[in-house]
Design a protein around this ligand. Structure first.
Ligand SMILES: Cc1cc2nc3c(=O)[nH]c(=O)nc-3n(C[C@H](O)[C@H](O)[C@H](O)COP(=O)(O)OP(=O)(O)OC[C@H]3O[C@@H](n4cnc5c(N)ncnc54)[C@H](O)[C@@H]3O)c2cc1C
Length: 288
């Protein structure tokens, strides 16, 4: 199929992009890597009046450090492959480094962007879950409202639904410096490598085995948004036996079946990933 007709606008500056979004609102869609938008246009799942191409805005393609907060600042146009190979990302946000190779195939990773993935809010995608696990901050800009920051944990509102208003451009995402005692685990199960996750887990924690002080356990592919298993994390910090933490997790997950996996199978896979991640953190399992 071919897309319905639309006007193509190549943004010349961020201000220009914000003007177009302010003028057209819901009738304009941003084109970043195009890896999701172009298929949606071709299938006529979306029929915007305007496609706003932001690829010329090189200032949105940088990875740097916010001098005030020390946060790792990743621009919206940074491609998945750059996150996978960037030394600063590997040192400052190893969870992103570990997750990147799980996103699709090299061709998609060469074009797809961090901001496009966050804006799309696909519940089976890696970046939204990592952003929640790392307590990241998503930055949005609009002509009339300036820039605002939204914690990732409040950004994802439902299936492909986010806090972003139609007149807002997602400009980047900030990741606070990890503490010296921060550890991470990324785990995913997919039918084939490169497929969207059947179930995935992004976990961040502070402390050490037997003395955890903070933990975020975030599953993806099991709900309409990334699912933060807070009761399970609290149980693990409190030092309960793994079976009890597992029971808490099962109480927190209400996965939707998909074409290949029943809800029960997804719950089973989630527990398996939790067990693997728990080992990654150096925790002994009973009987080992
Ligand atoms: C075969 C295939 C397999 C894939 N597998 C995976 C996978 O395993 N895991 C995964 O996470 N993803 C996967 N993807 C999706 C891929 O990661 C996309 O790159 C990503 O979902 C969207 O990023 P993009 O830059 O291509 O955005 P686009 O396709 O350009 O845009 C996606 C949506 O976000 C909006 N948007 C984009 N940028 C902004 C912005 N700055 N501000 C406001 N709105 C914006 C667009 O208007 C559009 O609605 C796959 C894609 C393909 C084609």
């Amino acid at each position: 199929m071919k897309p319905a007709p639309f006007a193509y606008v190549r943004a010349q500056s961020v201000e220009h992009a914000l003007d177009v979004l302010a003028e057209h609102g819901d009738d304009a869609l941003v084109l970043a890597g195009g890896q999701s938008l172009v298929p949606m246009l071709n299938l006529r799942l979306v029929q915007p009046a305007v496609v706003l191409d932001i690829n010329a805005l090189r200032g949105l393609a940088a990875i740097d450090t916010d001098p005030a907060s020390g946060a790792l600042r990743i621009g919206t146009l940074v491609r998945h492959r750059e996150i996978a190979s960037h030394q600063t990302v590997a040192a400052r946000a190893p969870l992103l480094h570990d997750a990147a190779p799980w996103i699709a195939h090299p061709a998609v990773r060469h074009r797809g962007t961090l901001g496009g993935s966050l804006a799309l809010a696909d519940p089976a995608a890696e970046w939204p879950a990592c952003a929640v696990a790392l307590d990241a901050t998503i930055r949005l800009a609009s002509r009339d409202g300036g820039e605002r920051s939204v914690p990732a944990s409040a950004f994802f509102q439902g299936l492909y639904q986010s806090e972003r208003r139609a007149d807002e451009l997602l400009v980047g995402c900030d990741f606070a410096p990890p503490g010296d005692d921060a550890v991470f685990s990324f785990r995913e199960l997919a039918r084939r490598h490169g497929d969207y996750a059947a179930v995935g887990l992004a976990l961040s924690a502070r402390g050490r085995p037997g003395a955890w002080t903070a933990m975020r356990v975030v599953f993806f592919g099991v709900g309409d948004t990334p699912v933060q298993a807070s009761a399970c994390a609290a149980a693990l910090i409190a030092g309960v036996d793994f079976p009890e933490a597992q029971a808490r997790l099962e109480g927190e997950l209400d996965p939707r079946p998909d074409l290949w996996f029943s809800a029960q199978a997804k719950r089973h896979l989630a527990v398996h990933l939790l067990r693997e991640a728990w080992r990654d953190l150096g925790n002994p399992m009973a009987g080992e």
